[in-house]
Design a protein around this ligand. Structure first.
Ligand code: 9D3
Length: 244
């Protein structure tokens, strides 16, 4: 998968490139991260990329020309399925299902806005969808783009590893995770639950499901209600009844 990131701050992606799972996956050619400095495409003599909003108001708006030319400079491989995404507080919120959907593209073009945003005509002409990462205010789209790259690329790497761990995962399964323990068995008098030391894997799985149900019921009653309404085996229904 290839991620093209259009940004005024490509340097923000340097550490991310080297240390994230892309850092490792990129070695294996599974994931490529390509940053594009939007300012390089400004035809203005001072390399200006923004201007005052028509109609007045605070802040500046990114102009169409550098964005359009930066986008046109991106070469997408033949037969590759691509999608242009503008990171924006007005976008649909990123969820696990959306991450799965995005993982089906070959190339994602992520446009990071700054200032008050970009000229609406760029969005109307070139953007396939707008994405937000949640209801809080960031200073620009860069961190949001890194969230998209991280979540999508780890899924892509995992699928190609053919690992089943994604099915076990909380948002895939619809439950929050059970608690984890490692050495030592006694930390300042706080002991590891005995069942985890028993070696009885059927019992351990039941215990973990019960814990996951309890924590989900307490912290995410919305996820809990959806989960218990679903279809389950006799064993799982038994554990649900115990937690109810
Ligand atoms: C004054 C109105 N503001 C809208 C809430 C203006 C504004 C705030 C922050 C315009 C742009 C931004 C920068 N944010 C992003 O680019 C952004 C973002 C976010 O702020 N929250 C969650 N997801 C995203 S994705 C891109």
């Amino acid at each position: 998968m290839i991620f093209h990131i259009m940004t005024l701050f490509p340097e923000q992606f340097e550490a991310f490139k080297q240390t994230s799972i892309i850092g490792r996956a990129a070695q294996s050619d599974l994931i490529k991260l390509n940053t594009i400095q939007i300012r390089d495409f400004s035809l203005d003599k001072h390399k200006k990329v923004d201007d005052a909003p028509f109609g007045g108001g605070a802040g500046m708006v990114m102009t169409v020309q550098p964005l359009k030319d930066a986008l046109r400079s991106i070469v997408v491989e033949e037969n590759h399925l691509k999608r242009v995404i503008y990171l924006s507080p007005r976008g649909e919120t990123l969820t696990h299902d959306k991450v799965i959907e995005l993982s089906t593209y070959d190339e994602l073009i992520l446009v990071c806005g700054h200032y008050e945003g970009v000229d609406q005509r760029f969005i109307d002409s070139y953007v396939d969808e707008e994405l937000s990462i949640g209801d809080y205010v960031l200073t620009g789209g860069e961190l949001a783009a890194m969230v998209v790259v991280d979540s999508v690329s780890r899924l892509v790497s995992e699928v190609l590893k053919n690992s089943d761990s994604s099915e076990e995962e909380s948002f895939a399964m619809g439950l929050l995770e059970y608690p984890h323990y490692t050495r030592p068995t006694d930390y300042e008098g706080k002991l590891v639950p005995e069942v985890l030391l028993s070696g009885n894997h059927a019992k351990i799985n039941d215990w973990r499901l019960e814990q996951a149900l309890r924590i989900t019921k307490e912290r995410r009653p919305d996820l809990y209600e959806t989960y218990i309404k679903g279809d389950h085996s006799k064993k799982v229904r038994e554990i649900i009844k115990k937690v109810l």
